[in-house]
Design a protein around this ligand. Structure first.
Ligand code: FPP
Length: 222
């Protein structure tokens, strides 16, 4: 969800206003995905690198996230949406974490769609943690190195049980992955949209899905 800061700057507004407008896009995109029958929607809301932003911006983002969670809790119930989170969640403020955990628990049995929030998330950190967990088992004699394959490796990632993404959309025109789901996007179709995230709304999502439908996926085969 890139470009909140630029969206605000173009309007002479503080960055937090860009994030606030971005939260509106989150609401709309979540509903649109539900309508489209998307089973898993993963949103990169806060990266492990975002902690180095000014404290006021980090604080504004956490406050927005809390507001979103509080306001959306009922809708998630009504729409049968399950909430999950990936990332180094122990780095979140205790208040945010408690709220997040309570909504994850409350929506655990919902099955129409799963919304995954990537918070304090970094793909390299996730991959290193998976490698460390396999190495620990190997060193303890519980796992033979030959038994380590892609499937076992995947199962040690935080996304275990969540299918790999079919489509990755990045807004604001940047042609980068920025440490997002590096393992999981191996065969994802990538659509780069020029608009900043706060301007990315339902119609833009439909266009991205149409672009995806025109792609011919080969998964490395002919
Ligand atoms: C990137 O734009 C965006 C973020 C770091 C935060 C995304 C957060 C939200 C959309 C709102 C809160 C989240 C939820 C789930 C309600 P940027 O600040 O890097 O923009 P720039 O590259 O233009 O500076």
């Amino acid at each position: 969800m890139d470009g909140n800061g630029r969206w605000a700057k173009e309007r002479g507004l503080p960055r937090r206003e860009g994030h606030r407008a971005g939260a509106e896009s989150v609401r709309e995109i979540m509903e649109a995905c539900k309508e489209l029958g998307v089973e898993y929607l993963t949103l990169f809301a806060f990266s492990s690198e975002n902690w180095s932003r000014p404290a006021a911006e980090v604080h504004a983002l956490m406050a927005l996230l809390e507001r979103f969670l509080r306001e959306k809790a009922k809708d998630l119930d009504r729409q049968d949406v399950r909430l999950l989170a990936i990332g180094q969640l122990d780095r979140l403020p205790a208040k945010t974490r408690t709220l997040l955990d309570s909504i994850i628990a409350r929506t655990a049995s919902h099955s129409s769609m799963t919304m995954v929030l990537a918070l304090s998330y970094g793909a390299r950190e996730e991959i290193v943690a998976a490698a460390r967990s396999l190495a620990t088992d190997t060193a303890a004699g519980r796992l033979l190195p030959e038994a380590i394959d892609a499937e076992l490796f995947s199962s040690r990632l935080q996304t275990t049980g969540i299918p790999d993404p079919d489509l990755l959309i990045r807004t604001s025109g940047e042609m980068r992955i920025s440490n997002f789901l590096l393992w999981q996007i191996s065969y994802a179709e990538i659509v780069i949209v020029k608009k900043n995230w706060p301007d990315f709304r339902e119609g833009d999502l439909f266009e991205a899905v149409e672009e995806y439908q025109r792609r011919h996926r080969r998964f490395g085969a002919l």
